[in-house]
Design a protein around this ligand. Sequence first.
Ligand code: F3S
Length: 429
Amino acid sequence: MRLTDTDRAMLDGAHGPAVGRAMDLLVRYGQALGAEQLVDTNNVCGANIFGARHLNYPARTITSHDEAFSELSLDSDEVVEVPQVRAYSCQLIGPMDSRHWELQGLSRQARDAIADSESYSGRHGIHLLSTCTPYQVGNVPVRGEHCAWMESSAVVYINSVLGARSNVEGRESTGAAMLTRRIPYWGLHDPGNRFATDLVDVRVEAESVLDWGLLGYFVGSVVQDRIPALRGITTTPDLVRLKHFGAAASSSGGVELYHIPGVTAEARTEEEAFGGAEPRRVFGYGPRERRETYEALNSTAAGAGDDIDLVMIGCPHATMEQVRQVCTLLEGRRVADGTHLWVFTPSQIRALADRNGFTERLAAAGAALMSDTCPAIGQFLPDGTRVIATDSAKQVHYLPAIMGVQGRFGSVETCVEAAVTGRWPGEAL
Ligand code: F3S
């Protein structure tokens, strides 16, 4: 790998041992990927808040935050003193909602350990956005900006909708990038790797958020980790629809970039999306594929009966408008006894929801507005949960696998209905 003089100085420890360990990690990582060089990045989103689960890993107690960062973020056996981050760095979603930690089932000791870890990150200059949607709360990369972000749903959003350049990074590479402002130049950093390879011909209207979740889940399952372009989109999807589409496509497949000619950042036309080349594969998405995708997403609940224990909205984290929609759907009604309704949003949006009275309205209806975490990342559910319902294809893809529950997928209207009645009403497709 070709290193600049500055890279080499960092590697040799001229900027301190932590930066040296970080550069060593990036060089090893880049070599494994076949990258020939590193590239500057001043937009890093990673995860350095550790929960009790992490701090006891591997089968011993980590005694200091420098030790946790050294081992878990820099892959370093040697404990190094971690300096202020050099890059503009943000914390992605973490393990705890500071307001609802008891609802999550955390002990006071676990709460204190996580709060301590958060404070350590904050003191080191990491912005505590604590969401999987940094682009909803101020970190909006521009077209062509080299980023180093974790979280597949966020990466596919900034690559596709905004035209930023990031691969899906990990805890270690983002930790190292925070300290060095460098990341391996490969994959989607290279404009030559950003053209579509597969065409998806959409032959049904995609209008609702449910439609876009289904379409994304189908697209990911057929293109896997290649780059799709969509044909046949007749409406302009908004942020929420594109957020659900990308999150679904990156769950059923490994889609990190897609193009919708006339909508997304790098494709005014289909020809531009493919860079003038022909599609290597063409897939059709019609009423049959839509129905089959819906059935696949609901397959873990086969034989579960109609009872719903938890309704989860806000994967990826909800916008203010989505929070308001749940409030409106709940108007004059209450969540059924024995059922829970949890809505997840960034803490910055929750602060707005507080001011608008939405948080209070949700609480009055028996629901909770939560932030900074989610059931899949924090690994928590209400006691005794067997069946969850959600409007997120991503959440219903992962939660049964991670938490051993059964999952129902439907529109937000259907999910709120399930919360109020405690039963799954079914979806009129
Ligand atoms: Fe965000 Fe958790 Fe979903 S990280 S995308 S709410 S699984």
